[in-house]
Design a protein around this ligand. Structure first.
Ligand code: DCP
Ligand code: MG
Length: 428
C-alpha cells in the first residue's frame, strides 16, 4: 500500500511490499487463511526446523496433513500418501500432528480476528471470512490497512504467517487469499472481476467439484468465460439450481453474507428410555454414562461449563429442569455426575421418568476449570483418577476403562442407542 509513487514503504504499516489498487479504500470483505498451518506451528515451536523441509502427517492414516513451503518445492502435497511424499523429498523431517496444539493456535487467531470485527465466520481450523464493512470509524482506517496491520500482528504475537484475500464478495475473497501464498495479500475489485475470472477453469467456482467439472467439461465448458457468455435459463436447463449459481458466480455476483459463528450455549446428553424408570438403581448408571459423554465433549473442545443442568421428562411428558452453579467451571465427568446426582436424588419420589438428560451451560475456555479442591480431598482424588482414566482411554480407546457406576450393570437403564444423543445448543 502506498500514498505516493515515490514511497518505498507503506506509510501505514511499514511493509516494503507495496500494493496499489483502485478499490483499496472501498473493499471490506476478507478471507484469511494461515500458511502451511500445522507445519508453521511446529516450526514456530522448534526453530531448528525453520530451514528444513517439514511434513506433518503419518500416524494411522499414513498421509500428509500438510507440508511446509520448502517441502512443497519438491512436490509434497496435502493428502499424499506418506511413502510418496518421502520419495519426493527423502530429506524431509516428519512430525505427527498435534491437534490439541493446532486447535489452540486456531482459536487464538480467531480471537484476534474478532478484535477487528464481530463478523468472523470460521470455515476451518485455519481460515475465516471477515466482514470489515462499517468498522472504519472504529479502526480509523479502511479495511485494507487494518488487514495489513493484522498480518503483522499475527506474525509477531502468534508466530505464524497468514494470507489475505480482499474483495467485495466471499467467492472472490477466498480465491484471492490463495493467489500469492504464502504471506500473500491479494485484492480483487468489482471492476476487474469479470476479466479476472475469464480465463480461470470452471473448477474454481464454489460448489463445482470433480463430478460437475467433468460434466461441464464433457459439455465443452472449460473456462469461466464460456459460462459468462451463456444465458441463465440455458444454464438452469442443463444444471438445475446449480446453473443459476454458475451464471452468477461466473459474473462475480455473490450475495452471501458473512455469518458470524454461533457460540455454543450448552453441551448436554440425554436419553429416552424404552421403559419408564423411577428407581435410583436404574437412573444413576444412566446419569453416570451421560455425564461421561458430556465430559468427553468438553475435554475434546477444550471448554468447560460453570452450571450443571439436569433434565427429566416424566411419564406424562412434563419437563423438569434443575440447575446448580459450581464454584468453578468444570470438564470433569465426576463433578458433573455428582452435582447431577444430588439434583436427581431430590426428584426420586416414585415418579416414573421417560427421559433423563445432563449437561453444562455458562461455557468458557478450560483455563480456569477444575482447580484442586482443598476442601473436598475426595473430589481431588477422584479428579486425579479421572485424568488417569482419560490418559488410558486416549491410549487404548474410549471403552478401555469403565467406572464402578457403569461397569457390569444390566443395561436396562443404560442409554438406548437410537434415541440417545449429545446436544450442542447454539447461542442466537
Ligand atoms: N489438512 C489436513 N489434510 C488435508 C488438508 C489440510 O490435515 N488434506 C490440515 C493441515 C493444514 C490445515 O488442515 O495445515 C489447513 O489446511 P489448508 O488447506 O489451509 O492448508 P495449509 O494451511 O497447510 O497450507 P496453505 O498455505 O496452502 O493454506
Ligand atoms: Mg491454510
Amino acid at each position: 500500500m502506498q500514498r505516493s509513487a515515490e514511497s518505498r514503504r507503506c506509510y501505514a504499516c511499514g511493509s516494503p511490499r507495496l500494493l496499489r489498487h483502485k478499490e483499496l479504500y472501498k473493499l471490506s470483505l476478507a478471507h484469511i487463511d494461515c500458511d502451511a498451518f500445522y507445519a508453521a506451528v511446529e516450526k514456530r515451536d522448534n526453530p531448528e526446523l525453520l530451514d528444513k523441509p517439514l511434513i506433518i502427517g503419518g500416524g494411522t492414516r499414513g498421509v500428509v496433513s500438510t507440508a511446509c513451503y520448502l517441502a512443497r518445492i519438491h512436490g509434497v502435497r496435502s493428502a499424499m500418501p506418506m511413502f510418496k511424499a518421502l520419495e519426493a523429498c527423502p530429506q524431509a523431517v516428519v512430525i505427527p500432528p498435534n491437534m490439541e496444539k493446532y486447535s489452540k493456535v486456531g482459536r487464538e487467531v480467531r480471537q484476534l480476528m474478532r478484535e477487528l470485527t464481530p463478523a468472523v465466520e470460521p470455515l476451518s481450523i485455519d481460515e475465516a471470512f471477515l466482514d470489515l464493512s462499517g468498522t472504519e470509524n472504529l479502526h480509523k482506517a479502511p479495511a485494507s490497512f487494518v488487514l495489513a496491520k493484522f498480518v503483522q500482528r499475527i506474525e509477531k504475537e502468534i508466530g505464524i504467517t497468514i494470507s489475505v484475500g480482499l474483495s467485495y464478495c466471499k467467492f472472490l475473497a477466498k480465491i484471492a487469499s490463495d493467489l500469492n501464498k504464502p504471506r500473500g495479500f491479494a485484492v480483487i475489485g468489482e471492476e476487474e472481476a469479470l476479466t479476472f475470472l475469464r480465463d480461470k477453469p470452471v473448477s474454481i467456482i464454489w460448489g463445482v467439484g470433480k463430478a460437475l467439472t467433468a460434466k461441464l467439461n464433457s459439455d465443452g465448458i472449460r473456462t469461466i468465460e464460456q459460462l459468462q457468455s451463456t444465458e441463465e435459463n440455458v444454464l438452469m436447463k442443463s444444471y438445475g439450481v446449480m446453473g443459476q449459481r454458475l451464471y452468477r458466480l461466473s459474473r462475480g455476483q455473490d450475495t452471501r453474507r458473512v455469518e458470524p459463528e454461533h457460540e455454543m450455549k450448552s453441551i448436554s446428553a440425554e436419553t429416552t428410555f424404552n421403559h419408564d424408570l423411577s428407581s435410583s438403581d436404574d437412573l444413576v448408571p444412566v446419569l453416570r454414562a451421560l455425564s461421561e459423554k458430556v465430559s468427553h465433549r468438553l475435554k475434546n473442545g477444550e471448554i468447560a461449563g460453570h452450571t450443571v443442568v439436569l433434565k427429566l421428562k416424566t411419564q406424562d411428558f412434563k419437563s423438569r429442569t434443575r440447575n446448580r452453579q459450581l464454584s468453578s467451571p468444570t470438564q470433569l465427568a465426576d463433578r458433573i455426575f455428582h452435582t447431577g446426582l444430588s439434583l436427581l436424588e431430590k426428584e426420586l419420589d416414585g415418579t416414573k421418568f421417560r427421559l433423563l438428560g445432563i449437561g453444562v451451560s455458562d461455557l468458557s475456555g478450560n483455563e480456569r476449570a477444575d482447580p484442586p479442591d482443598l476442601v473436598d480431598i475426595e473430589a481431588t482424588r477422584r479428579a486425579k483418577a479421572e485424568n488417569a482414566m482419560d490418559f488410558l482411554r486416549n491410549k487404548f480407546g474410549q471403552k478401555a476403562v469403565e467406572t464402578g457406576y457403569t461397569f457390569g450393570k444390566s443395561g436396562l437403564g443404560r442409554p438406548q442407542t437410537p434415541s440417545e444423543h449429545v446436544k450442542r445448543e447454539e447461542k442466537d
